[in-house]
Design a protein around this ligand. Structure first.
Ligand code: SF4
Length: 443
């Protein structure tokens, strides 16, 4: 009996890819097992570590995960893939006990590699790590994967052409590549048939969707087709860059239909000089206008924003510009990331490094602002009747079901467990410990 374990680090796209590998292996008769050692000596176990390299810390955690896999499963075949494998294969070779190092171009071949492997075939490690920048085709494991989420991710785009000065992703994921629109619609239709009500469209640089396809298309055109086909109740967009969140897309989302009233937009900095040094192609006034346009056309929209704090050269004034920009805008939540030097990125060589104690203090200040913005947004939901997709059965301690609104507000309600994965109408009644709201199911 062949068994496998998958340990995943990093973003939605990495998680989606791990789920697809797991799905394919399970559909091929393999068993997903826990991280403990093989019970029966005959069992061959494959331990896949799908790594991340977005920060120094993520790379360190990836190395730790590989070592942990080797320690806890000394007889398993250790397969290391993902962004750390793609960018630092030589570092992984230094870890004794690894059998395969597989780059992104060949990640989709891992299931077949496991299924066809008959016996051990030293010497190890075997490294298949092609230059990802030569990759022009969107590749994926040929399964419709659901994972164990009520709101499955669907990866429709990979790679990035932007080269922001702090980011390793373009070196790890290569150039932007898109899933053909027909395949996107087929995947969504199958997810709907499988009983799902919401799909989260994911990518490394989602806004570049379709620009590489022939004939060229775009995220707006794809969303329009999904909208017209009414393929599923809800489509949620994962992160989308400011310049690519066009007025067309906002107006389409504003129409009654399937695209959720939720945008997650990476701002990174509210200071124009820092944005320039980050190689971010917009200004703070462009961002201000964008958020105001969203709010005007979709007043209840959930607007989440990423900020990167402590970029080299970020003075008190520059930080103040980021803080005040967020403070004045109808933003509903923040993700705050401390800048970390990433080798092989231009910013790692920049002077004027900000001391980590200052980065820490500024991040704290931003997170406090983010909390205030979130509570303010949740308060505006009180007394409103909204649709909620119930995601989780009743929590053991509270006995409440948990769900999510179109504009990304977590809601707790009383109700039977069989409401899981259904959309119900809820009247929002009050804040629930500042991290969610509480409501009552109504007609
Ligand atoms: S847009 Fe910038 S931050 Fe985002 S993945 Fe591309 S290079 Fe990285």
């Amino acid at each position: 009996m062949k068994k496998f374990i998958i340990k995943t680090l990093g973003c939605k796209v990495n998680q989606y890819e791990s789920e697809a590998i797991a799905q394919y292996l399970k559909e091929s008769g393999l068993m997903e097992s826990n991280s403990g050692p093989a019970i029966n000596g005959e069992d061959t176990k494959f331990y896949i570590v799908n790594t991340c390299a977005v920060t120094q810390k993520a790379s360190m955690q990836s190395r730790q995960a590989v070592r942990q896999a080797i320690r806890s499963n000394p007889n398993a075949r250790i397969i290391v893939t993902g962004c750390y494998a793609q960018t630092e294969p030589d570092e992984i070779k230094k870890i004794k006990g690894v059998h395969y190092i597989i780059g992104h171009s060949d990640k989709h071949k891992i299931p077949e590699m496991i299924i066809s492997e008959k016996e051990k075939d030293p010497p190890y490690p075997k490294t298949i790590c092609r230059d990802i920048c030569n990759e022009h085709n969107f590749k994926q494991v040929p399964v419709i994967t659901y994972g164990n989420r009520t709101r499955p991710f669907l990866k429709i785009q990979d790679g990035c052409n932007s080269f922001c000065t702090y980011c390793i992703v373009p070196y790890a994921r290569g150039r932007s590549r898109s899933m053909p629109s027909e395949s996107v619609l087929v995947n969504i239709k199958k997810l709907k048939e499988a009983g799902y009500h919401e799909v989260v469209l994911s990518g490394i640089h989602l806004g570049c969707y379709g620009l590489d396809l022939s004939p060229e298309t775009s995220l707006f055109l794809l969303l329009s087709r999904i909208h017209e086909s009414q393929a599923i109740n809800r489509i949620r967009l994962s992160s989308i860059e400011p310049l690519e969140l066009t007025e067309d897309i906002i107006k389409l989302v504003a129409k009654p239909g399937s695209v959720c009233h939720h945008f997650h937009i990476p701002l990174q900095s509210g200071d124009d000089l820092i944005l320039k040094r980050m190689h971010r192609p917009y200004t703070s006034s462009f961002f201000r206008k964008l958020v105001r346009t969203i709010h005007e056309l979709i007043p209840d929209a959930g607007i989440g924003v990423d900020t990167l704090i402590g970029f080299p050269g970020e003075t008190d004034e520059a930080f103040g510009n980021t803080y005040s920009l967020i403070a004045e805008l109808p933003v509903s939540y923040l993700h705050v990331f401390p800048f970390s030097h990433r080798q092989k990125t231009p910013a790692s060589q920049y002077p004027d490094k900000v001391p980590s104690s200052i980065i820490k203090a500024r991040c704290q200040e931003m997170r406090e602002l983010g909390n205030l913005k979130k509570i303010e947004f949740y308060r505006k939901m009180i007394d409103r009747k909204v649709e909620v997709l119930i995601e989780e059965k009743s929590n053991y301690s509270t006995g409440f079901l948990k769900g999510i609104t179109s504009n990304y507000v977590p809601v707790f309600v009383s109700g039977k467990d069989n409401l899981k994965n259904t959309i119900v109408n809820v009247r929002i009644e009050k804040l629930n410990n500042n991290n969610s709201v509480f409501g009552t199911i109504c007609r």
